[in-house]
Write a protein that binds this ligand. Structure first.
Ligand code: NDP
Length: 496
């Protein structure tokens, strides 16, 4: 990050794209309606953004379909699509300060995280799928000598993507980068809380050479724009990241419309299992604190359930509590800030109600629990730790999506596995131990899409990410993500 960069001054100067991006142009919603983008940093209205509805989604899908049918993108050679996506990655890197600032103003995350975390990952994601696409070969199936069977991958056509606000561009890039690389046209609906960076990236995509109609962005409400995309008869696939509740609606929309392919990346309640034999308790404590307080806990795989072996409960919890102090909420535009704002007033209220519920149900509030920095006009919650939590309590069962840790103790490995799996979610689990055999045995028993052992990382773009159970299905990241955006065609040829 450029040390001399004055984020506040830049925030005063920055301009916002506030119209929908359809068919290669910025346009108002047909209805002329807009919605206010209120910044959670200080409660100020940033922009009045086009509120797209069914008519706008229809225009975007029509533009996307026309571009697909004309073959202006789908029929380009993989090498050409690669060049364009790499150029887009470079433009994202070039404009990373601006894009990071848009995300911080829009949804309140610390600017250093937006710039050094999200934007780097977005550029890497776009570059990675660009690099990959001209290195994938199709298949020839084993057949008798008198036949030749080709198994080829084809783009689906029009892909809809509906994404949340917690990592606005990154969640979008996990969808649009592989979908575009495979030759599809895309209609993206960003969350109502965070449309600004996606609208700017649509413009950069055009500058990189993505043809008009291939990449469209329709900001708006979930119930109108999101639903219209989910129910559209000419959308071939819908890739969703968001809550389990809304994910289920997309299955319904598909069933009630054209049976479009749906892939869901939904919520989580990650168990972070810490054994007494953990080689480096300080590293584990840092993993536990980062795991729940990064992005104010607004992370689908936030390590929200700390399962700690009873022998080390006191010492471990005091280490996590000490580290939590680094996460006192402060100005998101200050590069030193580690924890910024909650996304909005609604989410703040929701998290505070879970904190109240935890106390009502008998858990011990060991740290934090309050709303702070009210004088800024923004929305901030302290890092919060609950102790003596039982897995049946609401705060251990439901996804809070805030900086709230629930601590549960266990005595044996079997008990830890049972607690970890006792959840409707199955996105990720973290595990800390010195015993490799035990670690592998437990990893196999955990019903989750990702297990991290002695780290909180979970890997970059090269590994798949997604859930078991009600955390969804389908995988983002890695070459496996391309399965969601392509279909296999068999061509069976008789050789006489
Ligand atoms: P929501 O499910 O509320 O929203 C996600 C997206 O769906 C938004 O674009 C939203 O639009 C849209 N939407 C909302 N209601 C409807 C509807 N009735 N029909 C169609 N679309 C709709 O989730 P949040 O934005 O609150 O994000 C938080 C959730 O996302 C958490 O549960 C979290 O676990 C999950 N998540 C999962 C990840 C994963 O990879 N598994 C990663 C990141 C987050 P709008 O906001 O405009 O109303």
């Amino acid at each position: 990050m450029n040390a001399a960069f004055d984020w506040r001054a830049e925030a005063a100067r920055i301009s916002f794209r506030d119209q929908a991006y359809i068919g290669g142009q910025f346009v108002d919603a047909v209805s002329g309606e807009t919605f206010d983008r209120v910044s959670p940093v200080d409660g100020a209205v940033l922009a009045r953004v086009a509120a797209c509805d069914k008519q706008d989604v229809d225009r975007a899908v029509t533009a996307a379909r026309a571009a697909f049918e004309k073959g202006i993108w789908a029929d380009q050679s993989p090498k050409n699509r690669k060049r364009v996506l790499i150029r887009l990655a470079e433009l994202i890197q070039k404009h990373a300060n601006e894009l990071a600032l848009l995300e911080t103003l829009d949804m309140g995350k610390p600017i250093a995280n937006a710039r050094n975390g999200d934007l780097r990952a977005v550029a890497e994601c776009v570059r990675w799928y660009g690099e990959a696409i001209d290195k994938l070969y199709d298949e020839i199936a084993p057949t008798p000598k008198n036949a030749l069977a080709l198994v080829t991958r084809e783009p689906l056509g029009v892909v809809g993507a509906v994404v949340p606000w917690n990592f606005p561009l990154l969640m979008a890039a996990w969808k649009f980068a592989p979908a575009l690389a495979a030759g599809n046209s895309v209609v993206l609906k960003p969350a109502e809380q965070s449309p600004l960076s996606a609208l700017r990236v649509a413009e950069l995509a055009a500058e990189a050479g993505v043809p008009p109609g291939v990449f469209n962005v329709v900001p708006g409400m979930g119930e109108t724009a999101g639903q219209a995309l989910g129910r559209h008869m000419d959308v071939d696939a819908l890739a969703f990241t968001g809550s389990t509740e809304v994910g289920k609606l997309f299955l319904k929309y598909s069933a009630e419309s054209n049976m479009k392919i749906v892939s869901l990346e939904c919520g989580g309640k990650t168990p972070n299992i810490v054994f007494a034999d953990t080689p480096d308790l300080d590293a584990a404590a840092k993993g536990a604190a980062d795991g729940i307080f990064y992005n104010s806990g607004q992370v689908c795989d936030a390590a929200s359930r700390l399962l700690v072996e009873d022998k080390i409960h006191d010492v471990f919890l005091s280490k996590v509590a000490a580290l939590a102090k680094n996460y006192q909420p402060s100005d998101p535009l200050d590069e030193k800030t580690q924890m910024g704002a909650m996304v909005d007033a609604t989410q703040t209220k929701r998290v505070l109600s879970y904190i109240a519920k935890g106390q009502e149900e008998g858990a011990t509030l060991a740290l934090g629990g309050g709303q702070v920095r009210k004088e800024t006009g923004g929305f901030y919650i302290e890092p919060t730790i609950f102790d003596h939590v039982e897995n049946r309590m609401t705060i251990a069962r439901e996804e809070i999506f805030g900086p709230v840790l629930s601590t549960i103790t266990f005595k044996t490995a079997d008990e830890a596995v049972k607690l970890a799996n006792d959840s409707k979610y199955g996105l990720e689990a973290n595990l800390w131990t010195n015993d490799l055999t035990k670690a592998h045995r437990i990893a196999r028993s955990l019903r989750v899409g990702t297990v991290t052992i002695n780290n909180r990382d979970g890997g970059g773009i090269e590994v798949p990410f997604g859930g078991y159970k009600q955390s969804g299905f389908g995988r983002d990241k890695s070459l496996h993500a391309l399965d969601k955006y392509t279909q296999l065609k068999t061509t069976y040829i008789s050789l006489g």
